[in-house]
Design a protein. Structure first.
Length: 546
């Protein structure tokens, strides 16, 4: 690994503009962010998204990293802007979030574990607010908090299904007021979303103050600001708001900052990090969580709208494994003609995501992430399908070959980024009713026939209107496994109705959060968790993160 000071110099960032965390990791200082903000973002942003993945993921982060390495080999001035990993998936099914093979960000094990402490800071700030909420119930100060109308749950950066619903405050008067509560995973915290959507410290504090935590006994809204929580929460996030700088395996700069889930939250790294990257490099490769239907749509309609940024090119990652899955080979055991038939059928899923990219004004580049078990016949089938749909594609071998296996993709992405696009094109206007905004997403991006709102969801939307939050953008919480809200509906579902079960008001983050299907905000561990293979050697090296 290169000294992080040298990596920063590639971006024109001086040593005194860094807060060092050892020789290979750093945060940019507040002074550095102020300088870059004054300079303004001029770099071309490349958004990497994907088709609907299998439960193992299709290597979107690996492709993002490999693409940046490939562009760097082509002598382009490029920086990455990625999310931070969450401990839940690392110990669960999906594994680490730093890429794989020869396309990783380093130091990988430190980034995957505690990194610079951002996840812990978000957890602490969130749970401080939870403690202040219950403290208000206990002491009944200037207003009387209605303990049956508390919306603010607690968070933990771990997969733990047993914490989804709990009882707190039991054990007598000295231990508080008994009530039902629960935990979400930290990546689903509104504080995480606030951190990633805030443009600066004043914006951070304003957003924290607007967080809706519940209602008082007279029906009035209770916010973090009303509880005088804003200052202390911001203090806990003083360092967490600063972007982290790391590097690829080939020594290229990588901003790794913020980590909202893509199926629950908006799935993008921080605005501050993206703007810093675009103010210091000619090209920025960034990603949005899970498939195009989740992360990319939210990237455009929420992050770009908030940040005033717009990408120059879009990449959609596809794999033989996922296309076969969407064609019916759910166990991945088919061979020969049977496997080819499933792949052909599964192309429909990719086709829908291409249509969605075009709805935002982009002809995407398809990155075919190659696995060693992929046959040439299967890869040729994808090449043909893309050609028939007038879509540019390139094979990606970055896992095995690093940047050398991404040069072809890098050339096509750079060419796409050089084409003029029409600029911001959102799916809906903010002035539209929330129901219409949700329908616009469901019909255009998911392919739904219509949207059904439960009585609870309609009540939630009516409350949002009454509180003056109906003009906020929409952040749909939905399964990543399918275009629909049914995780078992693979391929390209048609003529289905999306059911919105409830709607949360994320006034601080600045969006409404409709919950659909069986989505849960606290994941559980599998029967055989990935943590079983993780260990610490006698030399102090963390091993086994996949």
């Amino acid at each position: 690994m290169r000294p992080i000071i040298d990596v920063a110099k590639d971006l024109g960032i001086a040593p005194d503009e860094l807060m060092l965390f050892g020789p290979h990791m750093a945060k940019l200082t507040h002074a550095a962010i102020a300088r870059l903000n004054a300079k303004g973002p001029t770099g071309k942003i490349v958004l990497v998204s994907a088709i609907n993945p299998t439960k193992f993921g299709e290597g979107k982060t690996t492709v993002s990293i490999g693409l940046a390495q490939g562009m760097r080999r082509r002598k382009l001035n490029v920086a990455l802007a990625l999310r931070e990993p969450s401990l839940g998936p690392i110990f669960g099914v999906k594994g680490g979030g730093t890429g794989g093979g020869k396309s990783k960000v380093e130091p990988s094990s430190r980034i995957n574990m505690h990194f610079t402490g951002d996840m812990h800071a978000v957890t602490a700030a969130h749970n401080l607010l939870a403690a202040l909420v219950d403290n208000a119930v206990n002491f009944r100060g200037d207003f009387e908090m209605e303990h049956r109308q508390i919306l603010w749950r607690r968070v933990l950066d771990m997969n733990d299904r047993f914490l989804r619903k709990i009882l707190i405050g039991i054990g007598g008067k000295a231990n508080g007021v008994p009530r039902e509560d629960g935990f979400d995973i930290t990546a689903a915290s509104e504080v995480m979303a606030v951190l990633c959507l805030a443009k600066d410290i004043p914006d951070l504090k304003a957003r924290l103050g607007r967080i809706l935590v519940g209602f008082d006994t007279k029906g009035g809204a209770v916010t973090a600001g009303k509880l005088n929580a804003t200052g202390a929460m911001a203090a806990l996030l003083a360092d967490a708001i600063l972007p982290n700088l790391a590097q690829t395996m080939e020594g290229g700069p990588a901003f790794v900052h913020g980590g909202p889930f893509g199926n629950i939250a908006h799935g993008c790294n921080s605005i501050i990090a993206t703007r810093a990257a675009a103010s210091s490099a000619d090209y920025v490769v960034t990603e949005a969580g899970f498939g195009f239907d989740l992360g990319a749509e939210k990237f455009f309609d929420i992050k770009c709208r908030t940040a005033g940024l717009w990408p120059s090119a879009v990449v959609i990652v596809a794999t033989v494994r996922a296309l076969r899955f969407h064609g019916g080979d759910t166990l991945g055991k088919q061979t020969g003609a049977e496997a080819i038939a499933s792949l052909r059928k599964g192309i429909a899923n990719l086709e829908k995501h291409v249509e969605s990219a075009r709805a935002f004004g982009f002809d995407p580049v398809i990155a075919i992430n190659q696995f060693t078990q992929d046959s040439e016949a299967e890869l040729v089938e994808i090449d043909k399908a893309c050609a028939e749909r007038n879509v540019v594609c390139a094979r990606f071998r970055g896992f095995a070959e690093g940047g050398a296996g991404a040069e072809g993709l890098a050339d096509k992405v750079a060419e796409a980024a050089g084409r003029k696009n029409a600029g911001p094109k959102f799916l809906y206007e903010l002035e539209a009713e929330p129901e219409d905004k949700i329908r616009a997403i469901a019909r255009t991006i998911y392919g739904a026939k219509d949207v059904t709102f439960t009585k609870e969801a309609q009540k939630d939307l009516d409350r949002a209107r009454a509180l003056g939050h109906s003009k906020l953008p929409i952040c749909v919480a939905k399964t990543q496994m399918s275009l629909s809200d049914d995780a078992s509906a693979f391929g390209r579902p048609r003529d289905f109705e999306l059911t919105v079960r409830s709607v949360r008001i994320a006034a601080g983050a600045g969006y409404l959060l409709p919950l659909t299907g069986e989505i849960v905000t606290m994941p559980g561990l599998p029967a055989v968790p990935a943590s079983n293979s993780i260990d610490l050697t006698d030399a102090g090296e963390v091993v086994g993160i996949h």
